[in-house]
Design a protein around this ligand. Structure first.
Ligand SMILES: C[S@@+](CC[C@H](N)C(=O)[O-])C[C@H]1O[C@@H](n2cnc3c(N)ncnc32)[C@H](O)[C@@H]1O
Length: 202
């Protein structure tokens, strides 16, 4: 995902749902861009700020609170935009994609990363066992009840999302939002989805 943005040599990048700023820091490491990370969870942003300071990147990585559905930036502000693990958490993925497109300059690069349900039955079987069994039990053993709940949430959340919004729908949603040259790559035995595109020039 980062490669798709690095190749575009942006000057200003927005990372949406930046969380602890892992993607924002990767962008700062691999480009000369100024990076703005936005997230709605203050606890995540606090951790992100600590990570940015520890890595000595506060000069080029800024974090701010905001919702992907109503970004606090003017139209056509950013040369590039990334978002990770976002669309499963929003009410209306199409409206959110429209809003992401609004803040990207025409021709700007966009890339995303998300979990996915493996297509191949063999890997889907093991993925199902991993998400339904290993994640909750592993969570319980390492972090107690709160992590059991997190582990139990993730698998059904991913499955439910793709039942409502299959990959083909998501590709069309990117196009409806105004992105062109939309590409898709299934990774990690089908458990990960990288998407990329460019904001159209009109
Ligand atoms: C699974 S975390 C991923 C964080 C980060 N992108 C990463 O890869 O480490 C998902 C993040 O999305 C954020 N998020 C969820 N819904 C959001 C929304 N509507 N607008 C902005 N951020 C959102 C959460 O606060 C959380 O930090």
């Amino acid at each position: 995902m980062i490669d798709r943005v690095v190749d575009a040599r942006p000057g200003l990048v927005l990372d949406v749902a930046t969380g602890p700023a892992g993607v924002a820091l990767q962008l700062a490491d691999r480009t000369r861009a100024r990076v703005v990370g936005v997230d709605l969870t203050l606890g995540m942003l606090r951790q992100g700020l600590a990570n940015v300071a520890r890595r000595g990147r506060a000069d080029r990585v800024q974090l701010t609170a905001g919702r992907a559905e109503a970004l606090p930036f003017p139209d056509r502000t950013f040369d590039a935009l990334t978002f990770t693990y976002l669309l499963r958490y929003v009410e209306d993925p199409q409206a959110t994609l429209d809003e992401l497109a609004r803040v990207v300059k025409p021709g700007g690069a966009v890339a995303s990363l998300e979990f996915l349900v493996p297509e191949q039955p063999f890997w889907r079987f093991w993925w199902w066992g991993f998400t339904r069994l290993v994640l909750p039990v592993g969570g319980l053993l390492t972090g107690g009840r709160p992590w059991f709940d997190v582990g139990r949430f993730l698998g059904p959340n991913i499955t439910g999302h793709y039942r409502r919004y299959p990959v083909a729908w998501t590709v069309e949603a990117w196009r409806r939002a105004g992105f062109v040259d939309v590409g898709v790559r299934r990774m990690s035995l089908g458990g990960g989805l990288v998407m990329w595109g460019r904001r159209s020039r009109d």
